[in-house]
Design a binder for this molecule. Structure first.
Ligand code: ZN
Length: 503
């Protein structure tokens, strides 16, 4: 699904955080910008937009955690207690239900202003660890869900081998495992080929397959890149240093790699006890700290960790609403940026899906911890939401230059939240409720909270994310007492979806 050649004219466009008036964006059939002209008027046939931000990336998501929103707040406890509820939920997901849920969650992301998502995916197999009847059924469910609504997906397929340092997978974690690093690598390469085949069947070309379509180093940035494949190591809790070394050796260069790091003090303590190093220190010792790596959370770091990450040019994905919700703590985001790291944002458990609230949370954490305002400038916040997130996902710079994706987010400047706001300060005033048209790959895919026909759910699916969410909840809650059984064999997501349609 490539975008049509055409042009958008923006009354105001925030380029590198600075408002520029009268910007005309021409797009090619590959959905990328072909020409950018500022200080000009619209031409006949241009789609006229108001105030526009570059596309915003959700660099860390677990779509299925969305189901826990509003269902764990009375329980108290901490991250570890919340995790028990998450495991119970994971056991009830089969490919069909996973598709329905991911489609709804991706739709919610899209209408809220996220144009791209990095889905940190580890629900690979059936609850007992056995394979789904259809090869890569869960991963293809995610890909089909993203294609269905029009969001740009980087599937961060995750290696997850242990239940903790020195501990085997617990029974409720068996669905995540592949036995060994070699097992995961074999599945990753097979998945890459399968996604390429699906994309070719979906579009008649392999242009949309991203990493899956081509060579090892630059295929991730192939023309369409609507669905592409990245990689993730779950954490030092779930993968030993030896297994990480094998993964690093077997993973093609240029593929974005993500890992959870130091979200909880206990992880640091366990890691120090086992390996004599912090999680960041373990990664440094393996040579894994490099620009393609994204460290998620990085909440509890030593000064040495901050220096190592900063010097490597890696990205740190802060997930402010999740970290607040789970009581994780406030990570040293500004110190990391000052040390040289790029800061991106993620919605993680999806208790909140709103790029602007994540950006505000990033700044709010810094202010609360320091007692000072203006820690991240509004332009730096937009960079975290836009270009740093895109870079983290291997999607290029996203600075609205020719050759980059035509991914845009129009924001209302006349709402009760934004009236009177200077355009450059919208990251601190607007919310996802102010998002109007959302453009991915040169195509309008959402408008004022609703998916746009032709780019979206298709004739059998609603265009309203809330309807899709209710549908997904109904399918999932029906398994709560019946027990989740995998009924997916050849139906539902087992088929390649028709272009623009649901499977
Ligand atoms: Zn996570």
């Amino acid at each position: 699904m490539s975008g049509p050649a055409g042009a958008y004219w923006c009354e105001t466009l925030l380029i590198d955080g600075a408002p520029v008036t009268g910007v005309r964006l021409e797009t090619g059939p590959d959905g990328r910008l072909s020409r950018v002209t500022s200080g000009t008027g619209p031409l006949p046939g241009d789609v006229r937009l108001g105030t526009v931000l570059p596309g915003l990336a959700n660099a860390h998501s677990h779509a299925f955690h969305r189901t826990l929103r509003g269902r764990t707040h009375a329980d108290g406890g901490d991250f570890w207690k919340w995790r028990e509820a998450m495991y119970e939920l994971a056991g009830r997901l089969d490919p069909d239900r996973y598709y329905l849920l991911a489609r709804a969650v991706f739709a919610e992301m899209l209408v809220s202003g996220f144009t791209a998502v990095g889905e940190f995916h580890y629900l690979h197999h059936r609850p007992d660890g056995s394979r789904h009847p259809r090869e890569h059924a869960m991963e293809r469910a995610l890909a089909a869900a993203a294609r269905s609504v029009g969001i740009r997906l980087v599937l961060l397929d995750t290696v997850y081998l242990a239940g903790g340092i020195g501990a085997p997978l617990a029974p409720e974690q068996l669905a995540f495992g592949d036995g060994s690093a070699a097992g995961w690598l074999a599945r990753w390469h097979s998945l890459r080929a399968a996604l390429a085949r699906d994309a070719a069947g979906d579009t008649g070309t392999n242009a949309d397959a991203g990493t899956a379509a081509g060579g090892d180093t630059d295929a991730h940035t192939d023309a369409g890149a609507r669905v592409s494949l990245g990689a993730a190591i779950h954490s030092v809790r779930a993968v030993t240093p030896d297994a990480m070394r094998e993964v690093l050796r077997g993973l093609p260069a240029g593929v974005p790699l993500h890992i959870h790091v130091s979200e909880q003090p206990r992880e640091n303590a366990d890691c120090l006890a086992a390996y004599g190093r912090t999680p960041t220190g373990v990664l440094a010792g393996l040579g894994a700290l490099e620009s393609r790596l994204s460290l998620v959370h990085a909440t509890h770091l030593t000064d040495e960790d901050v220096a190592l990450i900063g010097a490597s040019g890696a990205t740190v994905v802060i997930c402010p609403t999740t970290e607040a919700d789970l009581g994780d703590g406030i990570g040293p985001a500004l110190r990391l940026q000052q040390a040289g790291a790029r800061i991106a944002i993620g919605s993680d458990q999806n208790a909140v899906i709103d790029p602007l609230l994540e950006l505000r949370g990033l700044e709010a954490g810094e202010r609360l911890a320091s007692g000072r305002r203006g820690r991240f400038s509004p332009a730096e916040l937009l960079a975290a939401g836009g270009r740093n997130g895109y870079a983290s996902l291997g999607l290029g710079d996203n600075r609205l230059r020719p050759g980059e994706f035509c991914d845009l987010v129009e924001v209302a400047t006349d709402s009760i939240r934004t009236a009177g706001s200077l355009p450059g300060q919208l990251p601190l005033t607007a919310t996802g409720a102010d998002v109007r048209r959302v453009i991915v790959g040169g195509r309008v895919v959402a408008d004022a909270g609703v998916l746009v026909p032709g780019a979206a759910a298709g004739p059998a699916g609603s265009l309203r994310p809330e309807v899709l969410l209710r549908e997904a909840f109904a399918a999932l809650d029906s398994t709560a007492t019946a027990g989740g059984t995998d009924t997916s064999t050849t139906a539902g997501v087992t088929d390649t979806p028709a272009p623009g349609g649901r499977p």
